[in-house]
Write a protein that binds this ligand. Sequence first.
Ligand code: SF4
Ligand code: ZN
Length: 526
Amino acid sequence: MALEYTEVITSSNKKKRKPNVKEDELSEQQQPSTYHFFHDPSEISLFRTQLLHWYDQNKRELPWRTVAMTEPDVNIRTYAVWVSEIMLQQTQVATVIDYYKKWMKRWPTVEKLAAGTLEEVNQMWAGLGYYSRGRRLHEGAKKVVSDLDGQMPRTTEGLLKQLPGVGRYTAGAIGSIALGQVTGAVDGNVIRVLCRVRAIGADSTSPTVTDALWKIADRIVEPERPGDFNQSMMELGARVCTPKSPLCSQCPIQTHCHAFRKVSIKHEKDSKTLLSKLTAANLNTSVPDIENCSAAGSCNFCLSEDWDPQLGVQNYPRKPVKKAPRVEKTLTCIVEWQRAGEEMVYLLTQRPSKGKTKPGLLAGMWELPSMLLEAGVSENKHKSLLCSMMQKLLGTSLDTDSLQFVGEVVHIFSHIHQTYIVFSVCVSDCSEAEQEQNISWLTKSAVQGAAVSTGVKKIMKLYESSNNVGSKDKKRKLSPQAGKEKRANKTKKLKDVATNGGPKQLCLSKFFSTSKPAVKAKSKNS
Ligand code: SF4
Ligand code: ZN
């Protein structure tokens, strides 16, 4: 059921919204059992009090919480919470803190962020992962400045509709924390807490359960302190009601928790000596009898599979089996250029900022020249395609024998298991290539500080360590025939170099020389 809201002004001068619909009308419709919902107003009230009391005593001081509490300018407050919520999506609090501080120092307002470039944003985001988040923040800031006169949306609905990358959870979190809107915010932590508290064991990602969890969250949120309430739910999930080994004995809402009650009762039942004493009088009378769902057997929210006694409260929540990540292999090449008297530089190319229909993975980021391996196409064919691609970038010809195998790097994205098969090549003169718009030559330290993915950093680390290993052990093992051909090619190349002379000449044989050999004698099939 959608809620209608009325805006009110509170003593803290933050806009708050109160539901026009009576709380008791919520969640009671179309439900097979009240067991999985909060239906007793006195229980809701006690739940809020206990949870907020615990939060007030135990909350972590975090920079975005301080801004939300102390920043009087609603526009800055909303922007600051927006930044924190986007950074916190899929990234741990401890990692986010430093990034957040640096970000807010550089772009303290939405206008300042809008005036920055995507390049700067990517650079600032480097290492946080899921780079599209930074890009969307930047897009959103530009939209706020150009379409909304620099004013962040002032309602949860406005945040949801007008900001790219802001979904239902993020809108609820920003709306409640920065704007005092009375709305729930259901993230992974809250899903876990609610599924345990209300013993919801059906697939927690299904639309039915998702809808139910939002209804519960909207219902139990504390109208006077919605932001704190939502944060207390998340904090409880992060620190007490954890995925593994939850600290039930320290939980402030233990008496409301169906999962805890189930486990306790099962323990008691298992203990024969206590079986006869197990009566209603032994149960905590401050909450209704919640031992079982009255619709069990035909209920959409009860456990879809049998209770596992080993798991205890961790029987909740239940998720469908995770899809295996897509397996990909990518050929990549480190092109190094040693300019006379200067530090070695490395070639980077920029990924397009837009895909054909939507922004692609790592859009706008810098990477080493790379090529995704396609099924059914040999590695040699790909090497030759990679050479062609680099030829275009460098404005000269390049043969596959110039590439030296370095090793393999595995990098796991959220949904992709990526293996980079790394080669290297040294060039001795690349003055023409500097004209290219989407390439850049950077020193090793500049690569680490640039807007590059963690995958690129891992590749550079491998290359560095390969250069530190004795060359005897580094060559990739070759078949006798391949070795013969390689030696012949090398001899030919040496002859060419000898014939064509110094580094200023630009045909390939004068242009490229092989880099140091590989660290591991790894075959391409290993
Ligand atoms: Fe989570 Fe245990 Fe608290 Fe229940 S009692 S909410 S399972 S920590
Ligand atoms: Zn049920």
